[in-house]
Write a protein that binds this ligand. Structure first.
Ligand code: ATP
Ligand code: MG
Length: 430
């Protein structure tokens, strides 16, 4: 019976392991192999004079990264990984790997990201790459648990839609029988409609599609959005939920992913402390004006350079609040006493934006007015506006990019490293 490599000790006496040929070395009289599975690495030592014929034949034929089943005697061996080695009675090749490998799994030769993504199945055999996705899994587990404990209902909304959430051109058109349709850029309108349905607290974790022709280290054309919407809540209430969620997710990763963090050589993993500072948009612009050469004025979007400069100044996670109404989507609620600014916020990591949110407009006529002001036709939004005429509670929410969360948490250079099979302008396969 196969045992995980991690559990093999000299006390095992005999053992059978199945794994990949990590490395191999032939020293004439002795052949050495390192066999790797998900749990660890073991040395297999073949004394050529004493080994059975079948073992010698397999050892001669096998290539790196082939899958082998090896059974034999376990002996203590100080110099070998884990302080033991396996002397095989049988050595069977279950699946032979082609040579040369498109990618060096042992990482002696660092590979370009494109080469890695083309051979993702090999790339992810490396513990430091697998670690990213194990941590992503743990983080998503923490996030789901957080919402479930807080009484949120998990919803699933359509990804094939007839209208853009915010207008604009960032949509992928698709062939949908005889109609014009698109891949959804955000669950925004649907999660708001569920507030009219009385669901009160909803969350959705699902794909969003953006046809942006960006080639940056933080944009994907298919991303994962963690979305919430909460009734009888304002922007401050949902900012609190967001910072609590970030803290809890980091803490969960720190507490459960020690091995993975070590594989990533992260020794100073810090859990951020809530509450995060609230920086008014006007002040953020002021910081940017002092620190960057590019001209930036009140009313401008905060671009990548400004974002970085402000982030440097802030040093940790922070919110940008009190945005000009004009540069936020129509569904953001303006302040009553100064409608030129609104109850919108962005959650920022020093490196980039992680989340956008707001208290929403829940009053039908104001919403129509704001849609029109953005140059959009309210008739195209009738399915969305209708619920606002039959009792829509005040509500607020946000969308948080899962990939950017992992990218910033693990200090990955490129957001593509946080996706198994990223989609970008040039990447549709694998
Ligand atoms: P940016 O200005 O950085 O392009 P955005 O303001 O267009 O982002 P939102 O529409 O506010 O993005 O989406 C909410 C969150 O979803 C973002 O803060 C980000 O974390 C994530 N997100 C949005 N678009 C992308 C994308 N193309 N790739 C990766 N994540 C994204
Ligand atoms: Mg945003």
């Amino acid at each position: 019976m196969r045992i995980p490599i991690q559990s093999v000790t000299p006390a095992s006496g005999t053992a059978e392991v199945i794994g990949w040929v990590h490395e191999m070395r032939d020293l004439g009289g002795l052949a050495f192999f390192l066999i790797r599975d998900r749990t660890g690495i073991i040395q297999v030592t073949v004394p050529k004079k004493k080994a059975p014929e079948a073992v010698l034949a397999a050892v001669k034929a096998v290539s790196r990264e082939s899958v082998v089943r090896v059974a034999g005697t376990v002996k203590a061996m100080e110099k070998a990984p884990g302080g033991r080695e396996l002397i095989p009675d049988t050595f069977e090749i279950l699946s032979m790997s082609e040579s040369p490998l498109p990618l060096d799994v042992v990482e002696k030769v660092p590979a370009e990201l494109d080469t890695r993504l083309d051979a993702r199945f090999l790339d992810a055999r490396r513990p430091r790459v697998a670690a990213v996705f194990q941590i992503r899994s743990a983080a998503m587990h923490a996030i789901t648990g957080f919402f479930e404990r807080a009484g949120f209902t998990n919803i699933t909304t359509p990804k094939i839609v007839a209208a853009a959430t915010e207008g604009g051109t960032e949509l992928f058109p698709i062939a949908y029988f005889d109609k014009e349709a698109f891949l959804n850029q955000s669950p925004q309108l649907y999660k708001q409609m569920m507030m009219a349905a009385g669901f009160e607290k909803v969350y959705e974790i699902g794909p969003i599609f953006r046809a942006e022709e960006h080639n940056t280290t933080k944009h994907l054309n298919e991303a994962t959005s963690i979305d919430i919407e909460v009734s009888f809540a304002d922007h401050n209430d949902v900012m609190k939920i967001l910072e609590d969620l970030i803290v809890e997710t980091y803490a969960h990763v720190r507490n459960t992913c020690g091995t993975q963090l070590a594989n990533l050589e992260i020794t100073d993993f810090e859990v951020p402390k809530a509450p995060f500072p609230r920086l008014p948009y006007a002040e953020a612009i002021g910081i940017a004006q002092k620190k960057i050469a590019e001209p930036i004025r009140y009313g401008d979007d905060i671009g990548t350079t400004a974002e970085k400069a402000i982030g440097e100044e802030m040093g940790g996670h922070y919110f940008i609040v009190d945005w000009p109404t004009e540069i936020r989507p129509y569904y953001a609620m303006p302040y009553e006493d100064d409608p030129s600014i609104c109850r919108a916020f962005d959650l920022m990591h020093p490196r980039m934006e992680l989340s956008s949110g707001a208290q929403r407009v829940h009053e039908h006529d104001l919403l129509v007015k704001q849609i029109t002001k953005k140059g959009l036709n309210p008739e195209n939004f009738e399915f969305y506006l209708r619920p606002f005429r039959y009792g829509m509670p005040p509500h607020a929410g946000w969308g948080l990019g899962a990939e950017r969360l992992i990218q910033t948490m693990l200090d990955l250079g490129n957001v593509r490293e946080a996706v198994l099979f990223p989609r970008d302008m040039h990447r549709l396969v694998p």
